[in-house]
Design a protein around this ligand. Sequence first.
Ligand code: NAP
Length: 273
Amino acid sequence: MEELILVGANGKVAKRLADAAAHRGFRVVALNRSECARLLDAEHPHIHPDSIVVNCAGSTNTKFCEQNRGKAVEDNVIFAGAISKFCEQRGLRCYYLSTETVFGKNSSFTLPTENDTPFPHTWYGATKRLGELASADFAAKVIRLPLLVDIDDPETVFGKLINRLSSGFPIKCSKICYSTPVTYAEAAEGILDCVNQTNHTDANTFHITGSQYANVYEILSRLSKNRGLNTELIGEFCHDQDQIQLLLRFGGLTSTNRPIIHSTIFEDNANAM
Ligand SMILES: NC(=O)c1ccc[n+]([C@@H]2O[C@H](COP(=O)([O-])OP(=O)(O)OC[C@H]3O[C@@H](n4cnc5c(N)ncnc54)[C@H](OP(=O)(O)O)[C@@H]3O)[C@@H](O)[C@H]2O)c1
């Protein structure tokens, strides 16, 4: 039985990944923050030489990263480098989870792929890009994810919005912020497919995405419709200059020869790429 070590196991993605991996027959070892620190400090860590490590850890809140820049560097860059170095020294396969946010604003309407040069516009995006480089320095592979959706979890962006709509409050949403949305559970399956399919490839960076793109307004409208909520409560959000600075205008696409995650959000294939 293959062993999958999840670093940053208390996070939302790691939890879905643990379930999906166990379902596929992996032996899952889930390490929280203090267990990760102990592993890195251990003189002779007990670890199976064929284990696969997925680094799901990170400071992930854009506003928190802007306001706590040193902490974001520590979690997204320095820790990422330390984990990949640990893996390289022991010959373990390692993957660093990153984000489409390494691509910031774009003057033309083109969604970037993993072959394009990143241009982060937020501290979060910049530290994730540095985390990619720090990980790749020690031979880890990078898996970039799109904006993830869980309408039942009020800690996630769309969960919060759906909660407000369910309570009858109006909402304003951006029509200039695009993504290729998938659910957390779908992303977990996509990550495992990527881990399985990329064992013998020379490529280092994978951009796994859903198969449809849409702006936040369209995504929320679709999610609300699927839930039977009143979509008339959703209006357009007009950004002020400060917000535009922090806004991810365009997400990314996987290049044609890479895995696309099956997405149920736009099941009727409206907005298909
Ligand atoms: N969610 C999305 O929509 C999305 C989209 C694209 C990419 N991603 C990427 O996917 C990864 C996981 O995201 P997520 O949504 O699951 O994040 P999350 O829910 O915020 O979880 C992040 C986890 O990382 C842990 N962590 C942070 N710094 C650490 C460190 N130095 N050592 C050990 N653990 C540490 C945190 O531990 P504590 O609980 O102790 O704070 C937390 O449990 C991140 O790399 C993120 O950039 C997420």
